[in-house]
Design a protein around this ligand. Structure first.
Ligand code: NAD
Ligand code: ZN
Length: 354
């Protein structure tokens, strides 16, 4: 059987293609999308060639879907179940998973399969490996559009908070407040941050950052952000920095400079270009400042999805504030992806309901 999908045809090229519907292995599921969202990572992949050449690879890794087929060994899921699909779907038996780093199962970043090593979710049907371990049921009363933010935006933003190890009362700075950084703001607030700086410039992102708990906004278009933060903290700087935007050339220079000795940087930004990341020697304590840089791909899998879904179920987190553009119909996928590429001022995140 054939299906349609929206694909990367090569670096810088996208289009609709036809492919065979994927086959279901004994542990797997075949899912049809109910709600999907394009990601900034899709843009890095296609237009920056950040993961190298890919030919006719269906894009997309953020979806809520409905199961249309399960393998013979799948125990907890059945046809017709609505499920949250994480962007990262590890091989749970891999040694890296046993070591606690399932996102790197089978090799660095290899838990990231959709729209990387295999076809993604912008298709009429897509394949999910190890369905019992990777899919979570959509809870009653949670909207599919809100839940699709659990695929990648919430777990990534929150992972930045985990990597930075935010503690009660910490002074925290989130650099970059697109959808991922906004979830870092929300996650840091849930984790008990005290003063919470959000570095951004677009008015709608600033409003949403405040709604998620930012106490201070630092606009990078209004002067050096390090100077602004040093001023506001009486020259002391911050305990933790979460990097969810910026680049390899300047952002870590800023993050290390504004960080107190003993502080931590949690990076979830995808450094899509350049060969090296610049670290300022003296500000890094000549290598002795105990300023830790931790960077990571989000953890995926069922348990993570179930736990994060409970935050929507209980009303502790409202992801609908991210959804600025809503489309109805599969045919709008291309439009939604191009919005993500062109980033109009009022955009935070588009969602396509199918
Ligand atoms: P985005 O582009 O919408 O947000 C980044 C924000 O940073 C933008 O608002 C931009 O204006 C801002 N920015 C750019 N330069 C800046 C600077 N110098 N200082 C401060 N802010 C600056 O992207 P997003 O969807 O929020 O995703 C953020 C990053 O996370 C992307 O690189 C994305 O690919 C990556 N990502 C990583 C993972 C992971 O698992 N680690 C998962 C998903 C996405
Ligand atoms: Zn993504």
């Amino acid at each position: 059987m054939k299906m349609k999908g929206f694909a990367m045809l090569g670096i810088g090229k996208t289009g609709w293609i036809e492919k065979d519907v994927p086959a279901c292995g004994p542990l797997d599921a075949i899912v049809k999308p109910v709600a999907v969202s394009p990601c900034t990572s899709d843009i890095h992949t296609v237009w920056e060639g950040a993961i190298g050449e890919r030919k006719d690879m269906i894009l997309g890794h953020e979806a809520v879907g409905e199961i249309v087929e399960v393998g013979s060994l799948v125990k907890d899921l059945k046809v017709g179940d609505k499920v949250i699909v994480p962007a990262i779907t590890p091989d749970w038996g891999a040694l890296e998973s046993q070591a606690g780093y399932s996102m790197h199962s089978g090799g660095m970043l290899a838990g990231w399969k959709f729209s990387n090593f295999k076809d993604g979710v912008f298709a009429e049907y897509f394949h999910v490996n190890e369905a019992d371990a990777n899919l979570a049921r959509l809870p009653e009363g949670v909207e599919a559009a809100d839940a699709v933010m659990l695929s990648d935006m919430v777990p990534t933003g929150f992972h930045g908070v985990e990597l930075a190890d935010v503690q009660f009362g910490d002074t925290v700075c989130v650099i970059g407040i697109g959808p991922v950084g906004l979830m870092s703001v929300a996650g840091a607030a849930l984790r008990g941050a005290g003063r919470l700086f959000a570095v951004g410039s677009r008015p709608n992102c600033i409003d949403v950052a405040k709604a998620y708990g930012a106490t201070d906004i630092v606009n990078y278009r209004e002067g050096d952000i390090v100077e602004q933060i040093m001023d506001k903290t009486n020259g002391k700087g911050v305990d933790k920095v979460i990097v969810a935007g910026g680049d390899a050339e300047n952002t870590f220079v800023q993050a290390i400079t504004m960080l107190k000795p003993g502080g931590r940087i949690g990076n979830v930004n995808y450094l899509g270009s350049g060969d090296y990341v610049r670290i300022p020697r003296a500000e890094w304590g000549c290598g002795m400042g105990h300023k830790v840089i931790a960077g990571g791909l989000m953890p995926g899998g069922r348990l993570r999805m179930e736990k994060l879904a409970s935050l929507l179920e209980t009303g502790r987190l409202d992801t609908s504030k991210l959804l600025t553009h809503r489309f109805n119909g599969f045919e709008h996928l291309e439009e939604a992806l191009l919005l993500m590429k062109d980033k109009p001022k009022d955009l935070i995140k588009p969602v396509v309901i199918i």
